[in-house]
Design a protein around this ligand. Structure first.
Ligand code: S3P
Length: 473
């Protein structure tokens, strides 16, 4: 460890010793609960035309801030997603000593404290709606000598944290419970472990690897089913000693602790999960021909686009290139006659956030689409199987909910009847998916609350209104 980070570590240990439990323990209002619900009826409009650019990738944005906060020196980021979830990460890292400043739209500067240098937060860390902030930051806190209180909104407070408290507990961290609000007491030095993921979760993988950053020795995560690999790619870019090996069909990821991270210049590619709403909208609204620029197509994230092509979707990749170490392309998407398919459960991790909008595509396809192996969807921002089944039925679709998937009989391209109000349960992706369903309906679809959209895609409605502004052909 370098002299600068040892000095910071010493100062921090002293502060941690002096610190009493969090001083201001009042739960602040969670981010999306401060304003009244904002309902909207999404009406059928013109075809989607022109070129749009979606905001930066949410997963990469969170990690840019976190890894920048742990590097010694200044990390510069362009294309950062400025949604509420990422802002929750920024606020928490500031509360633990990092200096994070916005210089222009999407352009941010982060002055890190060094691995081991996070400070005792004086306030509870308000995670809002963000599972990624919560689980990854719990990993960071686990191997620092600090105590942090995590709070969140009603949706986040229902989500399971046992999946991270269990391995982080093995490393020595202590937790007051397995749902938010909870208090975590980190341990320094923590104990390196070898952990085999019992669920396919990039958040759990990342939490353990991040705890391993400040833990002497080698921390190992075994991943039987590959999940998004941004943590591995980016930590290597920041100079961590991290290796990935394939053994008996599993990925074995090892990180050497007490790492020294070097500041980086990061260009965040567009979020394929945000582009997904526009891709499906262009496929299902007649006459559409839309280019979505700068879409990240990391193979661990791009499953939806393959599935949509299997359904007959015309999605062309233009100008494939590399942005910030990630494959990127502009996607040209044209209205297409979609056909129902059986979706291979093996692709689920590479499109885990895209199922709500895939269900909308299925509701407008010819024939039956069947999905299975999707138990994880029940523990996202909402129970996405139950909530999408109910929402699509309200819009007039034919949907059967099974334990681990939905079976949908599509209209064959006819618009859905429309209806609502659809309950979004503080889930941004339900709101945006049903907005897309509204575009392909006769009478529109009413969404009970559009506020949660700001967690991941604040510009969604403006972009949608712009792309559909032309008159129906
Ligand atoms: C994410 C991982 C996924 C995904 C989430 C972002 C990440 O969660 O649903 O939106 O950035 O690591 P799980 O790890 O729970 O599958």
């Amino acid at each position: 460890m370098g002299a600068a980070s040892s000095a910071i570590k010493g100062r921090n240990q002293e502060r941690a010793r002096l610190a009493t439990a969090p001083r201001r323990c009042q739960k602040p209002a969670a981010l999306t609960e401060t304003a009244p619900p904002r309902p909207r009826r999404f009406l059928p409009g013109g075809p989607l035309k022109g070129r749009i650019r979606v905001p930066g990738d949410k997963s990469i944005s969170h990690r840019s801030l976190m890894f920048g906060a742990l590097a010694v020196g200044e990390t510069r980021v362009t294309g950062l997603l400025e949604g509420e979830d990422v802002m929750a990460t920024a606020a928490a890292l500031r509360a633990m000593g990092a200096t994070i400043e916005r210089e222009a739209e999407g352009t941010w500067s982060i002055l890190g404290v060094g691995v081991g240098g996070l400070l005792q937060p004086e306030v509870p860390l308000d995670m809002g709606n963000s599972g990624t902030s919560t689980r990854l930051l719990m990993g960071l806190v686990a191997s620092h000598p600090i105590t942090a209180q995590f709070v969140g909104d009603a949706s986040l407070s229902k989500r399971p944290m046992g999946r991270v408290t269990e391995p982080l507990g093995q490393m020595g961290a202590e937790f007051s419970g397995t749902t938010l609000p909870l208090t975590e007491r980190g341990l320094c030095p923590a104990v390196p472990i070898t952990y085999r993921l019992p669920v396919a979760s990039a958040q759990v993988k990342s939490a353990v690897l991040l705890a391993g950053l400040n833990t002497a020795g080698i921390t190992t995560v075994i991943e039987p089913v590959p999940t998004r690999d941004h943590t591995e790619r980016m930590l290597s870019g920041f100079g961590a000693d991290l290796s990935v090996e394939e053994a008996s069909g599993e990925r074995v990821i090892r990180i050497r602790g007490e790492a020294e991270l070097h500041p980086q210049t990061i260009e965040v590619p567009g979020d394929p999960s945000s582009a997904a709403f526009f891709a499906v909208a262009a496929l299902v609204v007649p006459g559409s021909d839309l280019v979505i620029e700068n879409v990240g197509l990391n193979p661990t994230r791009a499953g939806l686009y393959d599935v949509l092509r299997q359904m007959g979707g015309q999605i062309e990749e233009l100008d494939r290139r590399d942005v910030g170490g990630e494959p990127v392309a502009d996607l040209r998407v044209r209205h297409s006659a979609l056909t129902g398919i059986e979706v291979d459960p093996a692709v689920a991790p590479s499109m885990i956030d895209e199922f709500p909008v895939l269900f909308v595509a299925a509701a407008l396809a010819e024939g039956r689409t069947a999905t299975r192996g999707l138990d994880e969807l029940r523990v996202k921002e909402s129970d996405r199987l139950a909530v999408m089944a109910e929402a699509l039925r309200l819009a007039g679709a034919r949907v059967e909910e099974r334990e681990d998937g939905l079976v949908i009989d599509g209209t064959g391209g006819e618009p859905l009847p429309g209806g609502g109000p659809v309950a979004t349960h503080l889930d941004h992706r339900i709101a945006m998916s049903m907005a897309v369903a509204g575009l392909a309906s006769r009478s529109g679809v009413e969404v009970d609350d559009t506020r949660p959209i700001a967690t991941s895609f604040p510009q969604f409605e403006t972009l949608l209104d712009g792309a559909t502004a032309s008159l129906p052909a």
